[in-house]
Design a protein around this ligand. Sequence first.
Ligand code: ADE
Length: 242
Amino acid sequence: MRIDILTLFPEMFSGLNASIIKRAVEKQFAAIKIHDFRLFSNDKNKRVDDYSYGGGAGMIISVQPIIDCLRSIKNFQQARKILTTPVGKVYNQNKAQTLSKEKHLIIVCGHYEGIDARIYQYIDETISIGDYILTGGEIAASVIVDSVVRLIPGVLGNEDSNLIESFDDMLLEFPQYTRPQKFEGLEVPEILISGDHEKVRQYRRFKSLERTYHNRYDLLLKANLTPEDYRFLEKIKRGEDF
Ligand code: ADE
């Protein structure tokens, strides 16, 4: 997958040069290129923003440098073009999966008060990563790249990568433990070292339900629940443990 990112702050993407995403790039599952669209400004001082028509305090980014930068990218017409903005559609795992099947993504990062609205004529969709305001779209773009690249087949080494997470009809993951068995008096739950696989399965299911019940009730409402799950949920509602 090719990914081009258009930004005024290229230095904000150093975070993509680490861990799994770095390895994905090295193994050529993804080629990520960062473009500083200020370099495309026609203004003699390389300014990219100006006052808002109709008035208002904030500065608006002009479309010209962005569009000229976009046109410098090979085959930009065929790419899926995204704008990160707090007024976009809210991102989720299903969107990440859809995007992971694309051959070429171009992500435009807004900043300051926003971009001249004519930008919408040149992009395919807008994405917000959540209901909060960031200083710019760069962190949102990093979130998209990270979540999409890990879904490209082959990027995650282990077999779990085949289990595509849908999240929407899923429970939250159960808590897990590793050695030591006892840390500052805190012990690993006994069931997990019992060797009783059926008990371990039930325990983990219970803990998944419990966590989802407390942290993401919205997911619980969409989940496919079994009669056993409903029994567990009755206990969870009463505040009882497994
Ligand atoms: N830019 C500023 N806030 C944002 C958000 N929540 N999502 C995407 N881009 C943004």
